[in-house]
Structure formats: structure tokens, C-alpha cells
Design a protein. Structure first.
Length: 272
């Protein structure tokens, strides 16, 4: 079987996806930060780009989760990482349309978590993102300077409707303009279009909250030495920081002791 997407991962260094290629097109962005291969649990996050498996949180403590800084073990076609409170297993399979990635998280009953396929993509200013029109979107504090008086004091997020929540056109990435916006959208499918290329994501999980996170950093983050990084991130959960989760905002381990989900990727348009 010929696959149209080629995925390369690095189990020894946090399970990071280092390549997501369709023909001559490499979809993953790579940063210049050094030291990604020397981290240990508790170290500050090193933004090397690619796709990080962020769990049990994206922001907060530990920053970008507890799995990216640990070695994973490969057995056959399955990679496994063991953390203090959970074990995560990942199996990647190529398909004629792209790839399927099956996940199993094992933990005690009631364990709550957020997971994100933290995919930083190498996108041109012409790139666009398609999600379901009217889907509810939460905008996080990076967007506050763009929203002026619309941001309630002390609010962890504000809400609007995709694709222009509170007037911000999040379906377009555009040229660098010194802004940064983080958002979580109530949808489970997304299509990225850039030139003649298309990358499609779809997420499935029974009984768990599903969303798509969007990171549109056009040279607005961090405050010192900002750079461009753009992300489309399928998620279990509806917040970046597990500490901010309200009812229904995080995945939860049932009596079986495990949560299963599937991420499907394709190089053909599957627009919502």
C-alpha cells in the first residue's frame, strides 16, 4: 500500500513528530531553539517545533505537559511513555488516504487531563484554515490587546463564533504583523489549505470533549525575540491549561481505567 503522508517520530526525545511529509511538502515547522535532546522532566519547555504530544495539559504546570520531556519506549509499532500518574500509548499506521494514530491513556478512575497534538505547521501568509462555520471559539489572553475593551477584567477567555470570533479573522494566517492569538474551537475536524496543498485532521473519542486549538503567532510572541509559529492542534478538552477547566472542559478516565481516541490525517480536502 502506498501512503500519501510520511510521519517520522523521535521516541527517545519525548515522542516528538519531526516530519509530516506529503510528497515534496514538509508540513511541520522547525524552530532554532537548542537543547531539545537534553531535557529532563521539570525542565522549561524547548520550542523545537514539529508536533509535540502535550498531556495532561498544554499550558500551566508542567508547561506543554509531562510527556514531551521523557523518553518513550518503542515496541513493535507502538510507542509508550510512562509518567507519574498515567501511561500513554500511541500507534501510527499509514493509510491510502494519509495516516491513523490510535492513542490509549491509562490512569486511575477520575483522572482528568487535556491532550493536544501540538502541531506547529510551516505555513505561508496565504494559508487558510477551515472549521465548521458558527462553531464556538474561546480566545485566550494573547488576543487581549487586539480586543481592547471587549475583554472582561480577569476573564481567562472570551468567546465568539468561528471564523471571526469578536471580529478576529482566525481562518487566515497572513503575513507577520506582530500579533499572537490562541483559541480553542468546538469542532473535531479541520482542513489547512496552503497553495496547492491541503492537510486534514479529524479526531474521534467516545464520551470526551473534542476541539481544535489554533495558535496564530505572527511575530507577537514571546515579548522578547518574537518569531512566527502557527499551529493547528486537535485536542481532548476545551482549555489550554488544565487548571482552568470547568465541567466538561477536560477528558476524564472512566471505570475501565483507560481513554481511547483516534487522530486521522489526510492529504486531501475534507473540509467541514
Amino acid at each position: 500500500m502506498t501512503t500519501v503522508l510520511e510521519i517520522v517520530t523521535d521516541p527517545a526525545h519525548g515522542g516528538r513528530w519531526t516530519s509530516l511529509r506529503a510528497g515534496d511538502r514538509e508540513w511541520l515547522w522547525h524552530g532554532t531553539a537548542a537543547g531539545r535532546d537534553r531535557v529532563s522532566p521539570g525542565d522549561a519547555f524547548v520550542d523545537a517545533g514539529g508536533l509535540e504530544e502535550c498531556v495532561p495539559t498544554v499550558r500551566g504546570n508542567p508547561d506543554h505537559g509531562d510527556a514531551w520531556s521523557r523518553p518513550w519506549k518503542r515496541e513493535g509499532d507502538t510507542d509508550t511513555v510512562r509518567c507519574d500518574r498515567f501511561t500513554l500509548k500511541r500507534t501510527i499506521r499509514g493509510t491510502a488516504q494519509g495516516a491513523e494514530v490510535d492513542y490509549v491513556l491509562e490512569a486511575d478512575l477520575g483522572f482528568s487531563f487535556v491532550w493536544a497534538a501540538h502541531a506547529l505547521l510551516d505555513l505561508s501568509p496565504r494559508a487558510t484554515l477551515r472549521l465548521r462555520d458558527g462553531a464556538r471559539a474561546r480566545l485566550f489572553p494573547e488576543a487581549a490587546p487586539l480586543l481592547d475593551r471587549l475583554w472582561p477584567a480577569g476573564a481567562p477567555w472570551v468567546e465568539g463564533d468561528w471564523p471571526t470570533p469578536l471580529g478576529l479573522p482566525l481562518d487566515r494566517f497572513g503575513p507577520d504583523d506582530g500579533t499572537a492569538v490562541g483559541a480553542v474551537v468546538d469542532d473535531s475536524r479541520a482542513c489547512v489549505h496552503d497553495g496547492t496543498g491541503c492537510l486534514a485532521f479529524a479526531l474521534e473519542a467516545d464520551g470526551q470533549p473534542l476541539s481544535i486549538a489554533v495558535w496564530r503567532n505572527l511575530g507577537g510572541f514571546p515579548a522578547e525575540n518574537p518569531y512566527r509559529s502557527t499551529g493547528v492542534e486537535p485536542m481532548l478538552g476545551r482549555v489550554f491549561d488544565l487548571a482552568d477547566a470547568g465541567p466538561g472542559d477536560a477528558a476524564r478516565v472512566p471505570a475501565s481505567g483507560e481513554v481511547r481516541w483516534r487522530l486521522t490525517l489526510g492529504a486531501a480536502c475534507r473540509c467541514p
